[in-house]
Design a protein around this ligand. Structure first.
Ligand SMILES: NC(=O)c1ccc[n+]([C@@H]2O[C@H](COP(=O)([O-])OP(=O)(O)OC[C@H]3O[C@@H](n4cnc5c(N)ncnc54)[C@H](O)[C@@H]3O)[C@@H](O)[C@H]2O)c1
Length: 322
């Protein structure tokens, strides 16, 4: 099997370590690098993952590296094609993602500056919360072209929506197509008009299968999808589905596949919205975001997307000073 490229995952917590494992198990990269500021944690996790290779049957090498706050140890990510930033605190029950902004901004800025120094050609995928703001900050701190910095949220939110619809209707997840746009937060915009379910080999609009109240309940559950997991776990936030989403984005980039998926991308005029990082559907390739793919929205969905854009625009302006 042809393997190529190097992907670095910054932050070896639940999200980062699970992402590194998924990436390694794809067996498409030469190397997966996992880093953290907790001494020995990334090295220990890397050793453990490497020891799983004979059992799972993959050859991608996992390297762990402890990094210091002044950039020590970042040589390990040199030459990375992709860097996934997961460093930062997760939510506790009752917290909003926005409660993390000051602490995580300091972490993401420091990480992004070191990424720019040691992996200047990488595509950067941000997952740290609050997502839209941390993506904007990573772009500022790296000064990379905007297409080379993107965030993960839409794949996860869409997957949560799909899972809820499939459970509600008692159908396989593969039969369901859903979409969420907007921000990863209160202004997430689930798009019921784009949701379909395959029944007896035919695609049917979700609106033909469920009542407006049922759809609204699923939309609400999607919007609170992260908080629902946080409340159950009590310590930490979701990581299996989030890691799957970030890993798929990295796969699309390294394979230059042109896969189209919902991501947080820089929007320049699409939907009449300009100059903001926002959840949209985009085509991914070796250069990061190849293009934002516009989709037809109803008037109310478009209005909600514009509202989300203005809410995140204000917050993204604030991160410049954090
Ligand atoms: N975008 C999404 O959809 C989504 C989904 C889930 C979680 N998240 C976010 O992802 C982030 C990570 O979540 P988690 O569950 O892995 O948390 P975690 O606490 O398990 O792990 C975070 C890790 O980051 C490390 N870290 C902190 N500062 C660092 C630095 N300067 N350099 C390198 N590493 C550093 C910590 O030591 C820790 O190991 C959180 O901000 C969380 O809110 C985002």
């Amino acid at each position: 099997m042809a393997r190529n490229g190097k992907v670095a995952v910054i932050g070896a917590g639940f999200y980062g370590s699970t992402t590194a494992q998924r990436l390694a198990e794809y067996d498409i990269f030469d190397e997966v690098v996992l880093t953290d500021i907790i001494e020995g944690r990334p090295e220990g996790l890397a050793l453990d993952m490497n020891q799983s290779r004979p059992i799972e049957g993959f050859e991608t090498k996992v390297t762990g590296a402890t990094t210091g706050r002044s950039g020590e140890g970042y040589e390990a990510i040199a030459g990375s094609d992709i860097v996934i930033i997961t460093a930062g605190l997760p939510r506790k029950p009752g917290m909003s993602r926005m409660d993390l902004i000051e602490t995580n901004a300091k972490i993401v800025r420091q990480v992004a500056e070191n990424v720019a120094k040691h992996a200047p050609n990488a595509v950067v995928i941000v997952v740290s919360n609050p997502l839209d703001e941390m993506t904007a900050l990573a772009q500022l701190a790296t000064a990379f072209p905007k297409n080379r910095v993107l965030g993960q949220a839409g794949m996860l939110d869409t997957a949560r929506f799909t899972n809820s619809v499939a459970e509600k209707l008692g159908v396989p997840v593969a039969a369901v197509t859903t979409l969420t746009l907007g921000s990863h937060g209160d202004t997430m915009v689930p798009v019921p008009s784009k949701c379909t379910v395959e029944v007896d080999g035919k695609r049917q609009p979700l609106t033909d299968l469920l009542s407006a109240e049922d759809i609204e309940a699923l939309v609400e559950r999607t919007r609170n999808g992260g908080a629902e997991v946080v409340a159950l776990l009590k310590t930490g936030s979701a990581f299996y589905a989030p890691a799957a989403a970030a890993a798929r984005m990295a796969k699309a980039v390294i394979e230059d596949s042109g896969a189209v998926m919902p991501v947080c991308a820089w929007v320049e005029g699409e939907y009449g919205i300009d100059g903001v990082y926002l959840g949209v559907v985009a085509e991914l390739g070796r250069e990061g975001v190849r293009k934002v793919v516009e989709t037809d929205l109803t008037d109310s969905e478009l209005a909600a997307l514009k509202e989300a854009a203005e809410a995140v625009r204000a917050k993204q302006a604030d991160v410049q000073n954090l």
